[in-house]
Ligand binder design. Structure first.
Ligand SMILES: Nc1ncnc2c1ncn2[C@@H]1O[C@H](COP(=O)(O)OP(=O)(O)OP(=O)(O)O)[C@@H](O)[C@H]1O
Length: 359
């Protein structure tokens, strides 16, 4: 459990310390007051990544040079300080030189927001990000394979584009490096989706009327035993297109509703339920893997749902899950957050709201 959070020079916050509730912490405020930034800080602290940006400099408050996020996780002090070029991580005062060591000890996270609809409607990169966010929390070797693969495929694409006559020996050398990483990524993503698939079907069944069947499948971006061999066999195509034709960077997920493509066939409400089901399934699978539920970060999700689906969603989350929720309106929350902590957020300042003020 993350029992408190300190932000210094993070986004619009100069300094802010917030005790968190073991179950439900709610941040309420108008748009652009800093609600999402608070949750983002929790995500950066536990996973060293933001679901909003890959540009680390964006997290640092304008005018400052370093940001700090700190918290108490299961009794341990975790700390992430970052400038535009360097990052310092520490657990209980001991510096962690390698992010892998830090991540192995920091907590698990599932993030849900309105952009989850992109899992259905958006390009394959959104679904690959879903795979990466979960798989990197389940498999210790995943991030190393992902970073290694991404570096190699970037290098190979550069070689394919660079010269009028392609230097195939160089391209093949990169393919050799990609091959091993690609096997790891495909195995882990397949194994993740084997665990996720039954949960998605079940959660979606419970969230909707029960009459619709949702199925999710993993579609690897290469099919044979060796990626290098597959690329060698597609040399003509790569020569024409000047980019790497196969590999995990082409992986995707397909979602069907009653056997039909959910991205085109499903209604908006059905797509929303399918996206929620994917995220709840992620939480359940992470809990199965770790033996304890992840921290759930729910950014303005509940306001968009009708009361029935809201209750259904809350009931489907792993029991005892710690949740941080943001909302612009308390209308829906009066019943659901009884017993939790509620904070008002206004231009980077956070103030606790007492129960009497809510009701
Ligand atoms: N690096 C930064 N330095 C200073 N301010 C920033 C930085 N990055 C973002 N902001 C500002 O922080 C404010 C809060 O943004 P945030 O997304 O957290 O708001 P929010 O309350 O979640 O809004 P919404 O309800 O619209 O999602 C915005 O005005 C944004 O422009």
């Amino acid at each position: 459990m993350l029992s408190d959070l300190l932000l210094r020079d993070f986004r619009c916050f100069t300094e802010c310390r917030v005790p968190l509730h073991p179950e439900t912490t709610l941040f309420i405020g108008r748009n652009a007051q800093g609600k999402t930034s608070l949750m983002e800080a929790a995500c950066v602290l536990l996973r060293l990544q933001s679901p909003r940006t890959s540009q680390k400099g964006e997290l640092i408050r304008l005018g400052a040079t370093t940001m700090l996020v700190e918290g108490t996780l299961d009794g341990k002090k975790v700390r992430c300080a970052q400038s535009a070029t360097a990052r310092r991580l520490a657990i209980d005062g001991a510096v962690c030189g390698r992010s892998g060591d830090y991540l192995a000890q920091s907590g698990l996270v599932v993030w849900m927001d309105h952009r989850d609809m992109n899992l259905l409607r958006g390009g394959a990169e959104h679904r690959r990000r879903y795979l990466d966010f979960a798989a990197s929390q389940m498999f210790p070797d995943y991030l190393k394979a992902l970073r290694g693969y991404e570096r190699a495929v970037r290098g190979r694409n550069y070689v394919l584009k660079r010269d009028a006559v392609i230097q195939w020996r160089q391209a093949d050398a990169f393919a050799g490096v990609m091959d091993e990483f690609a096997q790891v990524l495909r195995d882990r993503r397949q194994s993740l989706m084997d665990s996720v698939r039954p949960h998605v079907a079940k959660v979606h069944h419970d969230l909707s009327t029960g009459a619709e069947a949702v199925e999710v499948s993993y579609v690897p971006g290469f099919s044979g035993a060796s990626l290098a061999e597959e690329l060698a066999a597609r040399r003509d195509e790569e020569g024409r297109n000047r980019q790497t034709a196969a590999g995990p960077h082409r992986d995707d997920l397909t979602l069907t509703l009653n056997g039909l493509d959910a991205s085109t066939y499903a209604s908006e409400g059905q797509q929303r339920s399918a996206a929620l089901a994917l995220k709840v399934a992620q939480a359940r699978v992470l809990e199965e893997a770790a033996g304890k539920p992840p921290l759930l970060l729910l950014d303005d999700v509940f306001g968009e749902l009708d009361a029935q689906r809201r209750r259904a969603l809350l009931g489907l989350l792993p029991p005892g899950t710690q949740k941080i929720i943001t909302t612009t309106t308390l209308d829906w929350a009066r019943d659901e957050v009884v017993g939790g902590m509620v904070y008002g957020v206004e231009v980077g300042v956070v103030k606790q709201i007492e129960a009497g003020e809510i009701l």
